[in-house]
Design a protein around this ligand. Structure first.
Ligand code: HEC
Length: 287
């Protein structure tokens, strides 16, 4: 399997982490019992620190349960750096030079085996990733934006891009997140988005739907990405593109790649006239 990925935006992740697992699970409908064509299932993944299974919420396939494990997995798999959560170098057995390479691991003075990323660094990076804010909306009361918002709801985009969550009140932890009303526009669930978006084998064939590629997620399934800040993506980075492999140059292109469970919503967008499309686009740009 060879499948390109673009990095997901880093904003608002601490808020997504603090959405109660039950609020995410409650949206799943894996047998589509309400018959709306949208099933949505949650990923159930192994937490590399505890070894326990838990709800997956981060990454394009919701394969990571917490920011600390997402971060330490990225240090490990993307940068080759070990930590107490991911203590083993990410080399395949056949990569003999990788296995034999000198590591930069140091004794951290904590009685545990030496690692490259200390617990302090892990904590600082966790804090940073938890607290990068989401931008304010622009032009939220503009007439065209409001008309586009109505289109978004009339079409049913919010069946996957869940607009809003009330975060619970906590005790002493997560003071920055708790009690907030947030507007991420995602259900954090996996959806079959059709063959055109599916991962393929190196030979270009479509894998079987039974084949799990990241815990419960198969090649066709993607976690609904948050839409907050999406209207500023190309302000932050003029080269920014959309969808898991960055194939969409504009938000509207991203919408037109939707298939599978979102086939009906895509078709409704195709049926809009020019004004309707401009309204929907203005709404997305305001997020
Ligand atoms: C069945 C669930 C579902 C529905 C319905 C749905 N989406 Fe999506 N949306 C997704 C998933 C999953 C992705 C990511 C797909 C990928 O990257 O391959 C996505 C990606 C996007 C993106 C790109 C975001 C990014 O950062 O790359 C935009 C924009 C978007 N959707 C807007 C919409 C709009 C507008 C509608 C309604 C017309 C809609 N979506 C309906 C699930 C859905």
């Amino acid at each position: 399997m060879l499948s390109p990925r673009v990095a997901l935006p880093m904003i608002g992740l601490g808020l997504l982490e603090y959405i109660p697992a039950d609020a995410i699970k409650a949206q799943a409908d894996s047998d589509d019992s309400n018959g709306d064509g949208i099933s949505g299932k949650y990923n159930w993944v192994v937490d590399p620190e505890t070894g326990q299974k838990a709800l997956g919420r981060f990454g394009w396939k919701a394969g990571q349960t917490r920011l600390i494990t997402q971060n330490m997995s990225a240090f490990n798999e993307d940068m080759g750096l070990t930590s107490h959560i991911r203590p083993t170098e990410s080399c395949m057995r056949t990569q003999k030079q990788c296995v034999a390479a000198t590591t930069g691991a140091d004794d951290q003075g904590d009685g545990l085996p030496p690692v490259e990323v200390s617990d302090d660094i892990a904590k600082f990076v966790e804090f940073y990733t938890q607290n990068l804010a989401v931008p304010n909306r622009r032009n939220a009361d503009d007439k065209t934006v409001l008309a586009g918002k109505k289109r978004f709801y009339d079409i049913g985009c919010q069946n996957c891009h869940t607009p809003r969550y009330q975060l619970p009140k906590g005790e002493d932890d997560h003071l920055e997140q708790q009690g907030q009303m947030i507007y991420p526009y995602t259900d954090l669930l996996l959806h079959d988005m059709g063959a055109d978006l599916a991962d393929r084998s190196v030979a270009g064939t479509l894998p079987a739907k039974e084949a799990q590629v990241e815990f419960l997620a198969n090649s066709y399934e993607w976690r609904t990405p948050a839409l907050w800040g999406v209207g500023l993506a190309q302000t932050v980075d003029a080269q920014a593109t959309f969808l898991h492999d960055g194939r969409a140059r504009t938000l509207m292109e991203a919408v037109l790649w939707h298939g599978g469970e979102a086939q009906s919503q895509k078709q409704q967008v195709l049926n809009l006239d020019k004004t309707g499309r401009q309204q929907l686009q203005a709404f997305l740009q305001s997020l």
